[in-house]
Each structure stands twice: as C-alpha cells, then as structure tokens.
Design a protein. Structure first.
Length: 390
C-alpha cells in the first residue's frame, strides 16, 4: 500500500515553524512523509519530526525561465522516483512547478495558496504570467486551500481553479499550547511599546509604520516602537538595511533583527501592529492574539480576518500612515483594563477560529479522501478526521 506523501515549500524554516504539527499528524496516521525544500539552518530540525528531507535548490525571488525550467525538471525527477500517493504544495514555485510535475505523473495534488503578495498587489505583466502559471498548475488539483475568501473568489472568478475543489483554512493554524497569554508584568515600569513582526518588506507596511511612529512621537514623546524580522536583501520589495539603520540612529525605533522564538518579544509589547497591504492570514497577528495582545492592522484582505474592530484591536486604512497613527494614539489612551479585555477577546477568537487542529483535520480528511479513492472505497467523513486529531 502506498502511504508516501511529498510536501514541498520554499524554505525548511517554513515547514519547521508553520507545518510541523501537520507533518507529525500525518506520520501518526502512518504516512511516510518526505519534505522537499532548499537547504537552510532549519533543515536539520526536520528529522526529529519523523520525516525525511530532500534538498531542492530554487531561486525563490527570481523570474529566470531557464532556472524555473530546471526546477520543474528537478521536481519531475524526484516525484517520478518517489511516486507518492499525494503531493502537497506551499508557496508559489512549489505550487506551480511541483504541481505541474505531479500532474504529469498522475500524482494527486493538494495546494495551499497562503497569500498572493506583491505580485497580485501590483497589476503588472508579471501578474498576468503568474496567473497563467497558476491556471496551468491548479487545473487538475484534487484540493486547493486558501486562507481567506477574497483570495479564493479571485482565483475562481479568474478561472484559475474550479470552485468545487476549493476550501478555506484558518491560516496555518496556531498551537494554543505553545502560544499562551502572558499578562504584562506589574513590576516593570516602562513606556508604552508597539511591535511590528514581519519580514522587512514594503508591502508589509513597514514604511507606513515608521511614518506613523514619527507622528505619534510628536503627540506622545515617550512611546517606543520596535521592528522584529529579517531583512531580505534579495527581494526587490525589501526595505534596505541602511534605511532601517537610519530610523534606529534617529531614535525613531529599535530594530530587533530576527529570532527563533517571538514569544518573549510579543510578551514585552503592549500592542502588535501590521499595516500590510494584503495577506493570506498573517501569522504574526495570530500569534499575538493567541498571547492576549491587542492588534492594529489594515482593513485589507487577510488582515481583517484576524481583527474584530474595537473588540480585539483596531483596523486602519491601507497605506495611510496618518490613520495608523490615529489608531495607535487611541490604543495608547485606552485604560489598561480595556486593553486586557481586547487581548482576552483576541485569545478567544484564535481558540475558536484559528486552532491548528482545524487545519490538520482538513488536511487529514483531504489525504484520506485520496487514499480511499485510490482503493475504490467510500469517502471518509470530516468528523472522522477530526476524531483522529483529537
């Protein structure tokens, strides 16, 4: 009986931080899991999950037809050799080139469209090309998961996939035992602190955050602003390191670089901010809300899914630093008990809508459907998959 599953994503870091619960759940169900991703510092951490790791080099940000054709051939060769019962793709290149190879080998495919990023925010020639590639790669997929209804509707209306095979996931899901509420210490006396957690990219709203910080400082001089996340110099959308350094040198904010564990930084902040232009469902906001922190984010696709305005945070206008600053000042001026109530509301929202087990259940159900279809057996019910997770 074929129980092999291949999962591919553009970094081993992504698997370790966002998909480890799914990998372990599949292995508990008896599946033989192979992860294909570029080699990075997180690659050695995958073996303890119980899966095998296959290094697959790819140019994540490049648009070279030659390199992408070479990537397609790599996928074809590995999948032809392994012959898994299912291929699970995440992020754009594994979704496109891994899926095309799998379809050509008659291997069932489950895709996850976690977010559309700058390519879909800016309507360019590249956007048209990417849409054509998605249409080609998703046309035979057994299941296509999205993280918000706007993205699903966009793909269906553009004819990139069939509505009948789509479903919505609550982001990548949150491990509620790992991210737990930490109330601010009453013994620590400091200024009010905002924190933005993301890669340092323009479409994450980092520039607007810095501009808003300047506005807030003119009205509330003692407020602190922090940035936490990597600078990706290879990404054309990246904020240059010297730009961030200039903010630091002018005393506008503190740059915390990147970390393996965001929890201490979330715990030491009063409010988490993400003025992104568009998301799937932003992981940083899910983690912040799970830890009982109020949130300020944009009324944008993916972001608005996490915040109920004035219940667990505030929504602001996209690309509007002045409106962001106004919401920050409102948050500062709230009584501490009201912010605690917002944080508790956020935790309840995450527990009810974004629990990691919801994501795992839907994946186990989709995989078991493929397995039963291959054997000619009746399709399982979703509640059966839920019982296996619990």
């Amino acid at each position: 009986m074929n129980k092999k599953i291949v999962i591919s994503v553009n970094t081993a870091w992504n698997i370790h931080n966002f998909r480890s619960g799914l990998v372990k759940a599949l292995i508990r169900q008896g599946y033989d899991v192979m992860v294909m991703a570029p080699d990075d510092s997180y690659s050695p951490r995958l073996a303890p999950l119980g899966c095998r790791f296959k290094m697959l080099s790819m140019d994540n940000n490049g648009t070279s037809p030659t390199r992408d054709a070479a990537l397609l051939i790599k996928y074809w060769r590995v999948l032809q050799s392994v012959r898994p019962m299912a291929y699970l793709g995440y992020t754009i290149k594994p979704n496109v080139y891994g899926s095309i190879a799998a379809h050509g080998l008659n291997i069932p495919v489950i895709n996850n469209i976690a977010g559309l990023g700058a390519t879909f925010i800016n309507n360019t020639v590249l956007t048209c090309l990417v849409k054509r590639l998605y249409r080609l790669s998703l046309r035979k997929s057994s299941r296509v998961f999205f993280q918000n209804p706007d993205d699903r509707n966009l793909f269906v209306q553009a004819g990139l996939t069939q509505a009948s095979v789509t479903d919505i996931l609550p982001g990548s899901g949150i491990d509620l035992q790992h991210f737990v509420p930490r109330p601010p210490s009453p013994l620590v006396r400091r200024s009010f602190r905002f924190l933005l957690v993301s890669r340092m990219l323009r479409d994450k709203g980092v520039e607007e955050y810095a501009e808003a910080a300047g506005i807030v400082r003119r009205h509330r001089p003692g407020v602190e602003f922090q940035l936490l996340g990597a600078v990706d110099s290879k990404n054309q959308n990246s904020i240059p390191a010297d730009r961030i350094q200039s903010w630091v040198e002018h005393g506008l904010m503190q740059y915390l670089n990147e970390t393996d564990d965001v929890r201490p930084f979330l715990a030491n902040a009063d409010c988490i901010v993400l003025p992104s232009y568009r998301e799937g469902v932003p992981r940083s906001l899910l983690e912040a809300a799970a830890m009982g922190r109020p949130i300020i984010t944009t009324d944008a696709v993916g972001c608005r899914e996490v915040v109920d305005h004035e219940a667990n945070g505030f929504l602001c206008e996209v690309r509007n630093a002045a409106d962001l600053a106004e919401k920050m000042i409102r948050m500062i001026d709230l009584p501490p008990d009201r912010r605690l109530q917002m944080g508790a509301a956020g935790r309840r929202k995450i527990a009810g809508q974004f629990d990691e087990n919801i994501v795992i259940t839907k994946y186990l159900h989709a995989v078991s459907q493929l397995e039963c279809a291959g054997r000619g057996q009746p399709l399982p019910r979703l509640d059966t998959a839920m019982e296996s997770v619990e």
